[in-house]
Design a protein around this ligand. Sequence first.
Ligand code: DER
Length: 235
Amino acid sequence: IHAEALKKVVGYKAVDDYVRSGMVVGLGTGSTAYYAIQRLGQKLQEGKLFDIVGIPTSTKTERHAKSLGIPLVTLDSHPVVDVAIDGADEVDRRLNLVKGRGGSLLREKLIETEARKLVIIVDDSKLVEGLGMTGAVPVEVIPFCWRHTMRRLLGLECLASCNVSATIRSENENIYVTDNNNYIVDLFLEKPIPDIVLAAQQISEIVGVVEHGLFLNMVDLCIVSGKDGTRVIER
Ligand code: DER
């Protein structure tokens, strides 16, 4: 079964099963959340859903939602999000996540922290035993003295056993700039993080760090698609 089909089935299912008329919906970012946004736009156009407002987690998602006619608001006017739907880079057995390889982790976490229900949609390639083993753990940092902040990240006690390395995320020879005019330091670990909660705390305590891609104890349920079908994992 084609990878895009796996993304589409979970994107559609998230909207069909968890979005009701009148809701404030957090709109995720990435190639899987793309399908949830498509489905939401389609059902609004068909009149199967109404009185929906969306809160986009990136300018990219904002443009996509606008192109479909989904009415958009922000957390300033709508601080309570009924449901948020987003993809993830990694999901562990406790539904803790790595997110942010698409660069949108700050607004994603800001909005998804306020969600009454956070629905994560993935194909089964994202399911992992330990976080940080399939790719980077992204950390959004302020541009000022980013090398200093990167050094502080590399020196963290809680990552000492992980053989950690770091790169400043680049795009076409330039440093990648997020929607919030920050940079991203990607942390690469060779061994799993022993204490993920402590790591999240210690990373956040570094003054130049704005936010990181460890989403812990946030997810209510995860819809997973695979070649054998689709299942829902509740936390
Ligand atoms: O960057 C993000 O957090 C995205 O949600 C990403 O992690 C998932 O994107 P994908 O659905 O394209 O894999």
